[in-house]
Design a protein around this ligand. Structure first.
Ligand code: 13P
Ligand code: SF4
Length: 311
């Protein structure tokens, strides 16, 4: 059986679209109708007219799509594809944290469960967090969760003093400053580019900080020829395709043996599971209607502000 042919046949038969995040394995990115960062995936999900949406990413990305398109069938090829960052912020604990800080506007990164989004005033992604925070009055009191590294980065950029939840992503926390600096010595002209979920010391030595889509755009536009890339290594596939004349080096993790610049959750999706998902229309993402009604408001607010700002 040619799995690519079967996937193509099924997606036509079922009027399905395949969306993939940049952290998916290369074959999945290549067969997807659309590849993007979390903001672009949400924007795409909202406007597609397909009946079935296969989100090749992690669970919260499927949930965001389902919240926006309740009438569509949303599938994620592997139901156990979670997110350590989303898991670092259980809804009941976050709710207590909100009660401890009355009078604060609650901003949540999209890497959260639907239940956390339901407690939120505005959702953000790494593509629009800075602009959305800046769109609020300077003296507005803000809670930002769950990523402390992104929160610290936005605080530093905007001069705000947002109260931060102490969550983190296990992939972005493990890049080694010493090894990145050693690579810079071997390739003095290399630019270091990183995702804002990285720790402060990595952000500080980076020439560019941005979402996965931002990193890709920067790599395309920069005159530089060598890049040390501190984010999940899946994005290198698109970078190498778009810029075959440039050299992209994955930033090394502290532990060389761990393969930990691959997100083990993202990489649970495979071509075989994508095929099975289309065939059986499982596993399907289901969101409780009460949570969905509350969670859609902060997501729509994000999408509206992003559209107004041309993001
Ligand atoms: P993006 O917003 O850049 O897509 O990042 C999502 C993510 O999961 C980062 O680890
Ligand atoms: Fe979550 Fe980190 Fe994986 Fe992104 S890379 S999906 S933040 S665990």
């Amino acid at each position: 059986m040619d799995i690519r042919e079967e996937i193509n046949k099924l997606r036509k038969e079922k009027n399905a679209v395949i969306l993939a995040h940049f952290y998916q394995e290369a074959e999945i990115q290549d067969i997807a109708d659309f590849v993007g960062d979390s903001l672009a995936l949400a924007q795409w999900a909202e406007k597609t007219e397909a009946d079935v949406l296969v989100m090749c990413g992690v669970h919260f990305m499927g949930e965001t799509a389902k919240i926006l398109c309740p009438e569509k069938k949303v599938l994620v090829p592997e139901e156990k594809a979670g997110c350590s960052l989303a898991d670092s912020c259980p809804a009941d604990e976050f709710e207590r944290f909100i009660h401890e800080h009355p009078g604060h506007t609650v901003i949540s990164y999209v890497n959260t469960s639907a239940a956390v989004k339901a407690l939120t005033d505005i959702v953000v992604t790494s593509s629009n967090a800075r602009q959305i925070v800046e769109s609020l009055p300077k003296d507005e009191k803000i809670i930002f969760g769950p990523d402390r590294n992104l929160g610290n980065y936005i605080n530093a950029l905007t001069g705000r003093n947002m109260v931060l939840w102490h969550g983190a992503c296990h992939v972005h926390e493990q890049f080694s400053l010493g090894k990145i600096l050693a690579l810079k010595e071997t390739h003095p002209s290399a630019e270091v580019i990183c995702h804002p979920e990285c720790r402060k010391q990595i952000v500080e030595v980076s020439d560019y900080v941005g979402s996965t889509a931002g990193l890709l755009k920067h790599a395309k536009l920069s005159d530089n020829k060598i890049f040390i890339v501190a984010t999940e290594s899946g994005v290198l596939h698109e970078m190498r395709k778009a810029c075959p004349d440039k050299l992209f080096i994955p930033a090394p993790p502290e532990d060389d043996s761990c393969m930990c610049n691959e997100c083990n959750f993202m990489r649970m999706n495979t071509m075989e599971k994508l095929y099975q998902a289309l065939l059986t229309e499982q596993p399907e993402i289901v969101v409780d209607e009460d949570i969905r009604e509350r969670a859609i408001r902060p997501i729509r607010r994000m999408l509206d502000i992003s559209a107004r700002l041309g993001l």
